[in-house]
Write a protein that binds this ligand. Structure first.
Ligand SMILES: Nc1nc2c(c(=O)[nH]1)N[C@H]1C(S)=C(S)[C@@H](COP(=O)(O)OP(=O)(O)OC[C@H]3O[C@@H](n4cnc5c(=O)[nH]c(N)nc54)[C@H](O)[C@@H]3O)O[C@H]1N2
Ligand SMILES: Nc1nc2c(c(=O)[nH]1)N[C@H]1C(S)=C(S)[C@@H](COP(=O)(O)OP(=O)(O)OC[C@H]3O[C@@H](n4cnc5c(=O)[nH]c(N)nc54)[C@H](O)[C@@H]3O)O[C@H]1N2
Ligand code: SF4
Ligand SMILES: [Mo]
Length: 736
């Protein structure tokens, strides 16, 4: 279907889209202080002597874009995107502007808190909190060993270093990221096929790109939006495969509505056409791949007609897409995607990621101009072992790795902690910058699990749902109030950037990540592994890549030694050193080693719907909903609404703005409906930022629904992802 037809009802244009982004940014910037104060500051802004500027990195999401902050008389005035940073390229998204107000937010934690027997929280001093946590940790180690301790963190520059070092120093290997609720299946699948965990599209030279449930216009990274806009302007064909016409539609030529969780059938149908009609790249397949004969034999079954029956995309469309891709090859690619369609969504997410890689292999586009690029990342070298003592390797393996062998070494599956709390193997859990309880699997299940643990500690800036379920809540100062370790950024070029403090701490009783983990380590008896400051460690790390804190602070970002990227077939870092249509590790994990079909798990009954989720440009996950300006935008535009296709609404007698009851096997809630032509009938779309239950987050609590409440707790076999969209729901109009 052509995008223009489908956009008829709303008719946004590229100009209004970009204007909208700018308006959002301006509104959010105002939110850094009250309007009156802002106007007073404007007058003051004329006086340059009160102004100061410094570089930092946004914490609005894991992209960590470079920003330049300006203060007026010591108070934050504006933030702008850093030109030289490869992710911001001079622009911050609306969330970046909104999250900059965090330092002054009324929803902040200002001192350590301890949960009381009645469930309420009371202040506790840092010394007492550290001492009590230290004693509990010792008790757990004495009774169950250090392998009963775990940390879950959303990787931030200091956070990923300190949380891992702390856990390892205690003797535990149980370090997990958010990945099992984000992109674990996708990265694991890409790794089994290519040896790398991700790749990028060479937009500057591409002729055709296919997005499988990835929306640059909603799940924003400024540089991605810019590169796609450039490709669209240059005339590239941009195909969106999505049950919903998402906001990337503005840059797209085609919308292919698809049945959720069935993208793998479309991809295998395309592969079938490429193989059976001899449209694939023989040279690449013969010289750089392993397992092609087995794949070709299996893919013969996946005809376009078969694929149509599974994913509801017409066979003709599948053939046309395959032929057009072959004609554009190698300057074309299936984009790697991120979360929604196969990051952690379905029983077949891992296999869908492998199928994406297989189509790109048939097109011979790996490493080619306009194709799929694998690039490298820099990292710090070895440090002086006297100043930065090495932490011994923990004796026990990480909990969950045996059951989920396809979970990546760098991430693990955080749901092993949930299971571990339930069966007693995990008894002490630390959360850093993570709202696992609200977002990583069904919240009710997380709550049951953490109640069973002897010690739960959350390090956060606000009373998140995870903090609410913890025994101790330790308040971190916000991002513009702290210094962090260097962030190393990979790609065609390599960079190092830093978070440097821009403003004084607004609440003196808050601490930074390094101070908190160093304090915890001392209290737990492993302080000997932390005999350095974060500044000393940053300096030592940067020295190993030929730069310094001063140089990065001065320039905002420093380009490192040229990694020597060149177009051409890459060396695949798989065990076979080839692109793998078959994988021995996948066979060992008990799955089909040859890339092939796996169905979705949950199929809606006749009177049920598919439920899919997605991001909105002005919110990040669960964390930004309570911020004043961003919350106000959501309320102004009714962004919490559930999308329903016009045909379904007509059939059920539901009108735009009606309230409905949504229910699954797990949960029931009410929400307002947005009726739209931009959704495939039979599918409901829910934005994923809503439904906070923390009474401390007064603007967010009770506003909209949280999709994770509706999804049963089940993990993707062998991978351990959360399967965030394996659910069927019912909907009915609520009178009144
Ligand atoms: N505004 C904003 N931007 C962000 C973030 C954020 O929180 N907010 N977070 C960042 C992070 S960590 C991530 S992981 C990325 C996520 O980036 P994306 O994965 O792009 O994010 P989503 O918006 O969740 O999903 C994109 C689209 O997938 C569609 N979709 C859902 N299910 C299916 C399916 O089964 N098949 C197909 N084909 N499509 C499907 C949805 O309708 C949606 O339009 O965004 C990053 N950028
Ligand atoms: N309901 C729901 N669940 C989701 C998603 C969603 O959109 N909705 N998205 C999924 C995806 S793609 C991902 S990547 C994960 C992300 O998972 P998380 O990284 O856990 O992201 P958030 O849910 O935003 O929670 C971040 C937590 O960090 C806290 N925080 C913010 N700033 C700071 C800081 O400076 N220091 C510290 N210590 N804490 C801070 C916030 O208050 C919040 O409690 O969630 C996944 N799960
Ligand atoms: S994409 Fe937006 S929220 Fe994320 S780091 Fe960049 S500016 Fe901040
Ligand atoms: Mo994510």
């Amino acid at each position: 279907m052509y995008v223009k037809e489908a956009l008829m009802s709303s008719k946004p244009t590229r100009r209004t889209f970009l204007k909208g982004t700018a308006a959002t940014a301006a509104l959010a910037a105002v939110g850094t202080c009250s309007l009156g104060a802002w106007q007073a500051q404007r007058a003051e802004a004329a006086d340059d002597s009160a102004k100061a500027q410094g570089p930092s990195l946004c914490n609005g999401c894991s992209s960590k874009c470079g920003l330049i902050a300006t203060t007026l008389g010591g108070r934050l005035w504006t933030v702008e995107g850093m030109e030289a940073h490869p992710y911001s390229k001079g622009t911050l998204c609306g969330r970046g502007h909104g999250a900059a107000q965090w330092a002054y937010s009324d929803g902040r934690l200002t001192q350590p808190m301890k949960r009381q027997n009645d469930g309420s929280f009371a202040p506790i001093s840092w010394d007492d909190a550290f001492a009590e946590i230290g004693a509990k940790v010792q008790e757990i180690i004495a009774e169950a060993g250090p392998e009963a301790l775990a940390v879950i963190q959303d990787p931030r520059p200091s956070g990923k270093y300190y949380s891992k070092r702390f856990m390892n120093a205690l003797g535990s290997a149980n370090v997990y990221t958010h990945a099992a609720a984000c992109n674990l299946s996708k990265e694991s699948g890409i790794q089994e096929a290519t040896g790398a965990t991700n790749f990028s599209v060479d937009f500057a030279n591409t002729k055709m790109v296919v997005f499988i449930g990835r929306s640059y216009g909603d799940g924003i990274r400024p540089s991605s939006v810019k590169s796609l806009a450039g490709a669209a302007d240059a005339g590239a064909r941009v195909v969106i495969v999505d049950p919903r016409l998402n906001n990337t539609g503005i840059f797209a030529t085609d919308w292919v509505p698809i049945k959720p969780g069935c993208d793998i059938a479309l991809l295998l149908g395309i592969a079938n056409v490429l193989v059976t009609r001899d449209l694939y790249d023989h040279e690449f397949v013969e010289q750089s791949c392993t397992g092609f004969p087995e794949f070709a034999a299996q893919v013969a079954e996946y005809t376009p007609e078969w694929a149509e029956g599974v994913c509801d995309v017409p066979a003709d469309t599948i053939v046309e897409l395959a032929e057009s891709l072959a004609a554009a090859a190698p300057a074309c690619a299936i984009e790697p995607s991120w979360r929604a369609a196969f990051g952690c969504a379905y029983q077949n997410s891992f296999e869908t990621a492998r199928a994406v890689c297989a189509v790109n292999a048939l097109l011979g586009c790996w490493g080619q101009k306009g194709g799929a690029l694998i690039t490298s990342s820099p990292k710090a070298g070895d440090l002086d072992p006297v100043k930065f003592p090495k932490v011994p390797e923990p004796a026990a393996k990480r909990v969950g790795d045996e059951e989920y062998p396809l979970a990546l070494a760098g991430t693990g599956t955080n749901l092993a902690v949930l299971n571990g709390c339930n069966d007693g193997t995990v008894q002490g859990v630390f959360f850093y910058n993570s709202n696992a309880v609200q977002g990583y699997a069904q919240p009710a299940m997380w709550r049951v699990a953490v109640v069973a643990a002897k010690l739960v500690v959350a390090i956060d800036v606000q009373m998140s749902e995870t903090a609410l379920a913890s025994h101790y809540v330790l308040p971190e100062c916000t991002v513009l109030e702290r210094f962090e370790l260097p962030e190393f950024i990979g790609g065609k070029k390599h960079f190092a950037a830093l978070r440097t403090p821009i403003i004084e701490r607004v609440h003196p009783d808050t601490k930074s990540c390094d101070e908190i983990f160093t304090g915890l380590a001392e209290a737990c008896g492993v302080g000997q592994y932390f005999p350095f400051t974060v500044e000393e460690l940053a300096e030592a790390q940067l020295a190993t890549v030929g730069t310094s804190v001063e140089a990065v602070r001065e320039a905002g970002i420093v380009e490192l030694a040229d990694p020597g990227f060149a177009f051409g077939t890459p060396v695949f870092k798989t065990p076979t050193e080839k692109f793998q249509f078959t994988s021995a590790k996948v066979a060992e994990a008990g799955l089909n080693p040859v890339i092939g079909y796996v169905p979705r798990l949950v199929e809606p009954a006749e009177d049920e719907f598919y439920l899919v989720g997605g991001k909105q440009g002005i919110h990040s996950h669960t964390m930004t909903l309570n911020l004043e300006a961003l919350n106000a935008i959501s309320r102004e535009y009714g962004l919490e609404r559930l999308w329903m296709a016009a045909a379904d609404a007509a059939e059920l007698g539901i009108a735009d703005g009606d309230t409905v009851e949504l229910s699954s096997s797990e949960h029931t809630g009410t929400v307002t409906v947005k009726v739209t032509e931009r959704l495939k009938p039979g599918v409901l779309f829910m934005p994923t930022h809503y439904g906070s239950t923390s009474p401390y987050l007064t603007r967010a609590q009770g506003f909209g629904l949280n999709m994770m409440d509706f999804v049963p707790l089940h993990l993707e076999p062998a991978v351990g992802s959360t399967m965030s969209q394996e659910v069927a729901v019912k909907v009915r109009k609520v009178e009144g």
